[in-house]
Design a protein around this ligand. Structure first.
Ligand SMILES: Nc1ncnc2c1ncn2[C@@H]1O[C@H](COP(=O)(O)OP(=O)(O)OP(=O)(O)O)[C@@H](O)[C@H]1O
Ligand SMILES: [Mg+2]
Length: 693
C-alpha cells in the first residue's frame, strides 16, 4: 500500500489480477492522490470503515458471496455519504452489454464504469471528479453537523427558558408546536393543530383581544407579542406569554408566524400578590399615619394638660410658700409690735405725767412734746404692724358701708388735693357690712393715698361700693354675700414684679423714709381679719384698682357710736391695776394716781385675787389680757363670781381674745393716753354703781 495523508480521501484499489492495481496506484500517486491496494473484498470493507474517498474495484474481484459486508457498509452510510465507486470492466463488460454489471451498479449505488484497458488520464480525471464529489459530501456532513449542533443549542435554550416553539402556517392556518407549546396551548393541538382549536383554549375574556392582535400581526408583518389567559382541562386558567415574528415568502407575503410561548402564571401571580401586598401596605401605611397623627394629637393634648397642671401646681406651691412666709412674718411682726406697744405705753404714760409735773418751762414742754410725737408715731406704726399680723384689737359692728364711704368724701378730697378728681358711687340698697368702721376708714384712706402717690401729674380716683352675691367672690372666701369697695386710679400702675410684692410688709418703692411699706400690708391684714380679702389689679401705665371685699353683716346696721360723756361728778375711786409688764403697770398707776385715784398694783392674776379678797371697797378693776398663768379674761370670770358688780376694764393691744361671754368687756387699746383712760373710767364709774360694802 502506498500513499499517506488523509484516510478519508484516499482511494482504495481492489484489482487482484493482472497489473491493474500497481498501475492504478502509480498513476494516482503521480497525480497527487493517496491510494491503497486491497487484496480482497473483506480487506476493502475493513479499510473502508477506517475512511476512504473513492473505491476502484475490478469487476472480476466481486464475488457475490463476499459482497454482503460491503453492501452492509454502503447501506449503513449516513444520508450525506455516498461513496463513489469506479468499477473497472473488461472490454464489452459495460452496463449497456452486461446486465450483471448493471445489477451490481444498482446494489453498490454511486458507481462509474471504466473499461479496460483505460487511458491513464481517464482514470485520474475520474478519480479527481469522484474525490471532489466525496469532498463535497464531507462538507455537507460538516454543515449538517453544525445545523444539528445549532438545533441542539436552540433546543437547550428553549428548554432552559421553559419556552415552547411553534409555527403557524398562514395558508393552512394550522400550527406546528413543540411539546412545551402543546402544554401551554392545549395538548390536543398535538394531533389537531388547527387555529380554531388553538383559539378555543384562549380564555373567553381575552379571546377577541388575542384574535385582533394576531390578525394585525399577519396583516402588517409586525411582531405578535401578547399575554393572555388560557384554559386548562381542569377548568383553571394559566397566563401565557407569546412572542412571534412573521416570515415572508419570496413574494414578500407573510406566509407563517414563528414564535415561542411561555407559562407566566407564577410571575403573574407574584405580580398580583405584589399588587395586593402594595395595596395592603398602602392601607396599613394610611392607618399607621392616622394612628401616628392621633397619637401625636393625644401626646400634644396630654403635654399641654400636664404643662397646665405643672404650672397650676407650681402656682399653688408658690402661693402656699408665700402665705407661709406671710404667716411667719406676721407672727414675727405681731410679736414685735406687741412688745413695742407695751414699751410705748410706758413711754407715753410717763411722758404725760412728766408734762404735768414739770415746771411750765416752754423749752422743756417742747422737748416732751417732741418725745410724745415720736412715741405717737411709733404707736401708729405698731398699730399697722398689728393690723398686718391680723392681731389688731378689732371691734366689729354691723355698719352701713355706703354711708361710711360717703362720709369720707371731704377727708378724701382733702387728702387727694385739688389736682385729682374724686368720684364716689354707691350702689343702692346695700346690705350692712360686719366691720370695724374706724379701721376700714383707715384702710380706705391708705388706698386713696397710694392712688394719689401714683398720680404725680394728677388724675382721677373712682371709689365704688356695691355688693356681690356668690358668683364673683375671690377664691378662699367663705360662700356668702360680700360688700365690695373698689378704688380705681389713673396713675402709673405697677409692673408684675411690684404687683407681686406690693402687699408684703415693708415693701415700698417710695424713697427711703417716705413710705413704710406697711400700707397695703395693713389693709390686707385687716380685710383678712374681718373675713374678707384685698385684691389688686394693675398694669404699667394703665392705673391700679384695689378691691376690698368685706363680709355682709347678719344684723341691721347700728347707728353711729354714741360716746357717753363723762359723768359730771367725776369721783375719786379705788382702782386695782393688773399687768405683768412692770413698765406698763407703773405708767398706768402713775396716770391714775395723777388723776387722784387710789391705785393698787398687781403683777398677775394671783396677786390681784389676793388684793380683791383683802381690799374692800374696790371701784374698778383694770387688767391686761395676755399674762402668764391666768389671762385677763379668766381673771375677770373669777372676779365676776366673787364681786358681780365690780366694773372691769380690759386694757389690751392684742386681738387674740378667746370666745368668752366676757370677750365683750369694755376695752382700752394700748397704748393709751391719760385722757382716754380717764374717759373710759368715767364712763364705767358713771354707769356702774359704786360697790356697796
Ligand atoms: N395705687 C397704686 N399705684 C401704683 N403703685 C402702687 C399703688 N398702691 C401701691 N403701690 C405700690 O406698692 C408699694 C407698697 O404700697 P404700700 O401702701 O404697702 O406702701 P407705701 O405706700 O410704699 O408706703 P406707705 O403706705 O407707708 O406710705 C408702693 O410703694 C408702690 O410701689
Ligand atoms: Mg401706702
Amino acid at each position: 500500500m502506498n500513499g499517506t495523508g488523509d484516510a478519508s480521501l484516499r482511494t482504495l484499489v481492489l484489482a487482484p489480477s493482472g497489473r491493474d492495481a500497481p498501475l492504478s496506484i502509480r498513476l494516482l500517486e503521480d497525480a497527487g492522490f493517496s491510494a491503497a491496494v486491497c487484496q480482497n473484498l473483506a480487506e476493502l470493507t475493513q479499510k473502508l470503515w477506517q475512511g476512504a474517498g473513492v473505491l476502484i474495484i475490478a469487476d472480476e474481484a466481486i464475488d457475490d458471496e463476499q459482497l454482503q459486508p460491503l453492501v452492509n457498509f454502503l447501506d449503513s452510510q449516513p444520508t450525506w455519504s455516498d461513496v463513489p465507486i469506479i468499477l473497472l470492466t473488461r472490454r464489452g463488460g459495460g452496463p449497456e452489454d452486461n446486465p450483471g454489471t448493471l445489477r451490481l451498479a444498482s446494489i453498490l449505488g454511486n458507481v462509474s464504469f471504466l473499461e479496460r484497458p483505460f487511458h491513464p488520464t481517464t482514470l485520474t480525471s475520474m478519480v479527481r471528479a469522484a474525490a471532489r464529489g466525496r469532498r463535497r459530501q464531507y462538507e455537507a456532513r460538516l454543515r449538517l453537523e453544525q445545523i444539528r449542533e445549532r438545533e441542539q443549542q436552540l433546543q437547550t435554550a428553549l428548554t432552559a427558558g421553559r419556552l415552547g416553539a411553534w409555527t403557524l402556517d398562514v395558508a393552512s392556518m394550522s400550527f406546528q408546536i413543540s411539546d412545551t407549546s402543546a402544554e401551554h396551548f392545549g395538548s390536543d393541538l398535538r394531533t389537531a393543530p388547527s387555529y380554531q382549536r388553538w383559539l378555543q383554549w384562549v380564555y373567553v375574556g381575552d379571546r377577541s383581544r388575542v384574535q385582533r392582535a394576531l390578525e394585525h400581526a399577519l396583516r402588517s408583518g409586525l411582531d405578535f407579542v401578547i399575554e393572555f389567559r388560557n384554559g386548562r382541562p381542569d377548568g383553571s386558567l394559566k397566563w401565557i406569554d407569546v412572542r412571534a415574528r412573521a416570515v415572508r415568502d419570496h413574494k414578500l407575503r407573510v406566509c407563517s408566524l414563528v414564535g415561542v410561548s411561555s407559562d407566566i402564571s407564577s410571575r403573574k401571580q407574584s405580580e398580583l400578590d405584589r399588587e395586593t401586598l402594595l395595596a395592603d401596605l398602602a392601607l396599613e401605611r394610611t392607618a399607621l399615619s392616622d394612628l401616628t397623627r392621633d397619637l401625636e394629637l393625644r401626646v400634644a393634648r396630654r403635654t399641654s394638660e400636664l404643662t397646665a397642671e405643672i404650672a397650676a401646681r407650681e402656682k399653688a406651691q408658690e402661693q402656699l410658700m408665700q402665705s407661709q412666709k406671710m404667716e411667719i412674718v406676721g407672727q414675727l411682726t405681731g410679736g414685735i409690735a406687741h412688745d413695742f406697744n407695751n414699751l410705748l405705753m410706758a413711754v407715753i404714760g410717763n411722758l404725760e405725767i412728766l408734762r404735768k409735773r414739770l415746771p411750765n418751762d416752754p423749752s422743756m414742754q417742747r422737748l416732751i412734746e417732741g418725745a410724745m410725737q415720736g412715741a405717737q408715731r411709733g404707736a401708729s406704726l405698731t398699730q399697722r404692724m398689728l393690723a398686718f399680723a391680723r392681731q389688731q384689737d378689732l371691734r366689729t359692728v354691723s355698719a352701713d358701708l355706703g354711708a361710711l364711704v360717703s362720709g369720707m368724701r371731704e377727708l378724701l378730697q382733702r387728702t387727694l388735693g385739688p389736682g385729682n378728681d374724686l368720684r364716689i358711687s354707691i350702689a343702692p340698697g346695700l346690705p350692712p357690712a360686719q366691720i370695724d368702721s374706724h379701721q376700714v376708714e383707715l384702710a380706705i384712706l391708705n388706698l386713696a393715698l397710694n392712688a394719689r402717690d401714683s398720680m404725680s401729674e394728677g388724675g382721677a380716683i373712682d371709689v365704688h361700693v356695691d355688693v356681690e352675691y356668690e358668683d364673683e367672690i375671690p377664691n378662699g372666701l367663705r360662700p356668702g354675700a360680700y360688700l365690695r369697695i373698689s378704688i380705681r386710679d389713673t396713675g402709673r400702675g405697677m409692673n408684675a414684679a411690684t404687683l407681686a410684692k406690693a402687699i408684703e410688709p415693708f415693701f415700698s418703692t417710695k424713697p427711703l423714709g417716705k413710705g413704710t411699706g406697711l400700707g397695703l400690708s395693713m389693709v390686707h391684714g385687716l380685710a383678712v381679719q374681718l373675713g374678707g380679702s384685698l385684691e389688686l389689679a394693675s398694669e404699667p401705665g394703665q392705673g391700679t384698682t384695689a378691691t376690698l371685699w368685706l363680709p355682709q353683716a347678719s344684723t341691721a346696721a347700728s347707728g353711729p357710736e354714741t360716746v357717753s360723756l363723762p359723768s359730771a361728778a367725776a369721783r375719786i375711786a379705788r382702782i386695782l391695776v393688773v399687768d405683768d409688764d412692770p413698765l406698763v403697770a407703773m405708767s398706768t398707776v402713775d396716770m391714775l394716781e395723777d388723776l387722784g385715784h387710789t391705785v393698787f398694783g398687781a403683777n398677775g392674776a394671783e396677786q390681784a385675787l389676793d388684793i380683791i379678797d383683802r381690799e374692800r371697797p374696790l371701784d374698778l378693776l383694770i387688767t391686761d389680757h395676755a399674762m402668764p398663768g391666768m389671762t385677763g379674761i379668766q381673771l375677770a370670770e373669777v372676779v365676776r363670781r366673787k364681786r358681780p358688780h365690780l366694773p372691769i376694764l380690759l386694757a389690751t393691744g392684742y386681738a387674740d381674745l378667746p370666745a368668752s361671754r366676757l370677750a365683750n368687756l369694755p376695752r382700752l387699746s394700748k397704748p393709751y393716753q391719760q385722757a382716754q383712760l380717764q374717759a373710759q373710767i368715767e364712763t364705767l364709774l358713771g354707769v356702774a354703781q359704786p360697790e356697796l360694802h
